[in-house]
Design a protein around this ligand. Structure first.
Ligand code: TEU
Length: 570
């Protein structure tokens, strides 16, 4: 992988999801002054860049990913002056600030959509995707296609006023923009990008970056026979003009600034993924792939969860990294974000006995892989999923709520089915990432002095930042150390080629990371079980231990959840 002077390659990025981060005024919702008050905490962790999830004006049907005005700040989060101050305060500490670019869709409250829906002849009619109804043999009105929305039900919403349907891949209140229309694209570039670049932001995380170019509007093949709505990725993911659109965006706007961009792409073939990130293509700097975070789930339905074997986790990690090898492309390493459960619960063991140690194990894994590293708020202190016994009423995410409602419609009072689903929901729901950050052991974990908009995880008295920052044995301190190890061995850890060894081993994950010129090599060994396992080094040269989560380790035995990162003398 090419090591050059691009600042974003070595960077560690910390994602803030504003609603649940830190409340400064007691209204129960996180806000921008709250973020500013924690910048030193973030800096001290060893982070270089902050990615702030949407803080734009929004009716919050999908927690800000439904934007009603790109050039305004959501009043509960603060004012434009406070955003300006955040940019300034970040820069004063040597931190960069990256925003979220949500341009596949707007909110239905955006003035563009209000105009578009007002009549068929409105000049902005074609800014969104409108189609005529279909009728079945009995004359019943039906949507234009059988596509299923990411948030359950049809992707089409009927609008009585003009007797047409509009497309929404996500919530009903998130109509898809029509990227085929050049005027629409120009308006997006101006409001969503240029406006913020001119204010000094350092780049964007590009939401649903593979979805703007729709392939065609036809029925999808039936894969869920008992549902009217069918998965339709092939019609909207990596569509025919997607790369042209990204190139245009770079040429017209992004390319004029020294910024970074990371696209949420999710899935694709090696060739397709490379098109987004290859330096010569000039589209974006890196992408997020979902192989790891969707492990065990059906990619068409995250709540169809069947578990996974360690070898599948290895495969997922390999898929996310090896497509880059020998190319001029770049990518990311991460295990959490606002759409995913907590990784200690998901990939480690969140029991009191192993929580801290397995959190460190995952830190060693994620921070020894190639690409720009992303951490999600609370991950640094080992926050876990919400408790298993919480009622459905504690879940606030539209994704969870809609899915649950469909299930109740389908299975009625089948208590067994619903109880089974609640187990899966608890394991994979986005709500797990969205419980407030646990700052200290005071009421509501110090997140707010008021009533939190969503419930604080009951475990905050034992898991919180205040008790960890000065404790050398904490998850927080381990992250600080691990980030230092990563940077001081960057030739192998940040830029190296991945070689998984002992692939079939379902208990231990071992791999080498080697610099392109073969001069630097690291050896990572991770015991993913709660038992001790005999260990014999597979490194051919002499090894020097760089970091481990086991204080007095025994050379030839891996204790439960023990991880080690060695430097190999070559
Ligand atoms: O997510 C897009 C996406 O494809 C998924 O991660 C999605 O959230 C998941 O499959 C639902 O089960 C982005 C944002 O990250 C997400 O928060 C938004 O809800 C979505 O786009 C719409 O803007």
């Amino acid at each position: 992988m090419i090591q050059d002077n691009k600042w974003w390659k070595d960077a560690t990025v910390y994602q803030i999801w504003p609603a649940s981060y830190k409340d400064s005024n007691g209204d129960g919702v996180g806000d921008i002054p709250g973020i500013i008050s924690t910048l030193d905490y973030i800096k001290n962790l060893g982070v270089d860049v902050i990615w702030l999830s949407p803080m734009y004006d929004s009716p919050q049907e999908d927690m800000g990913y439904d934007i009603s005005d790109y050039t305004k700040v959501y009043p509960k989060y603060g004012t434009m002056e406070e955003m300006d101050q955040l940019i300034k305060e970040c820069h004063a500490r040597g931190l960069k600030l990256v925003l979220d670019l949500v341009i596949n869709h707007t909110s239905d409250q955006h003035k563009w959509f209000q105009e578009s829906r007002s009549s068929k002849t409105n000049p902005k009619r074609d800014w969104y995707i409108w189609k005529k109804p279909r009728y079945d043999a009995d004359g019943n009105r039906k949507p234009p296609t059988n596509w299923i929305s990411y948030f359950s039900g049809s992707t089409w919403e009927y609008d009585e006023k003009t007797d047409e349907y509009y497309l929404h891949m996500f919530a009903v209140g998130q109509p898809d923009l029509n990227w085929e229309n050049e005027e629409t694209r120009k308006a997006i570039y101006q409001d969503a990008l240029k406006y913020w670049y001119e204010k000094g932001v350092d780049g964007f995380r590009i939401d649903t970056a593979g979805m703007y170019s729709k392939r065609s509007y036809e029925d999808a093949p039936i894969v869920f026979p008992d549902s009217e709505w069918q998965p339709c990725k092939e019609f909207h993911q990596n569509g025919p003009r997607i790369h042209e659109f990204h190139k245009e965006m770079v040429e017209q706007v992004t390319g004029h600034y020294d910024v970074m961009t990371v696209g949420e792409v999710g899935h694709g073939s090696r060739e397709e993924n490379l098109k987004y990130v290859s330096a010569k293509e000039k589209e974006m700097n890196m992408i997020f792939l979902f192989d790891l975070v969707e492990l065990g789930s059906d990619p068409r339905d995250r709540f169809a969860y069947n578990g996974y074997k360690l070898s599948e986790l290895k495969k997922a990690i390999e898929n996310q990294s090896v497509f880059l090898e020998g190319t001029d492309g770049w990518s990311t390493t991460f295990s959490e974000n606002h759409d995913q459960p907590r990784s200690v619960t998901r990939f480690g063991n969140d029991s009191d006995e192993w929580r801290v140690k397995s959190g460190k194990l995952i830190a060693m894994m994620i921070a020894s892989l190639t690409g720009t590293l992303y951490l999600y708020q609370g991950q640094e202190i080992g926050m876990t999923n919400v408790p298993k016994d919480w009622d459905i009423s504690e879940y606030k995410d539209i994704n969870s709520i809609n899915y649950y409602a469909e299930l109740v419609k389908k299975y009625g009072d089948d208590k067994k089915k619903i109880a089974e689903f609640m187990k899966t929901l608890n394991l994979v729901a986005r709500d797990n990432a969205r419980s407030p950050v646990q700052w200290d052991a005071s009421a509501h974990a110090g997140f707010t002095t008021g009533t939190p908009w969503t419930r604080v995880n009951d475990n905050y008295p034992k898991i919180n930042a205040a008790s960890q920052v000065n404790d050398p044995t904490s998850n927080y301190s381990f992250w600080v150390d691990m980030l230092k190890v990563r940077k001081s061995n960057k030739e192998s850890l940040i830029y190296g080629k991945l070689e998984v060894v002992d692939f079939e081993n379902e208990e231990v994950f071992s791999y080498f990371k080697e610099s392109d010129d073969g001069k630097y090599k690291s050896y990572v060994v991770l015991n993913f079980t709660d038992k001790s396992i005999p260990f014999k080094s597979l490194a051919s040269g002499k090894t020097e231990l760089l970091i481990s989560n086991q204080p007095d380790l025994v050379e030839d035995t891996l204790s439960p959840y023990e991880g080690r990162v060695y430097k190999v003398q070559v």
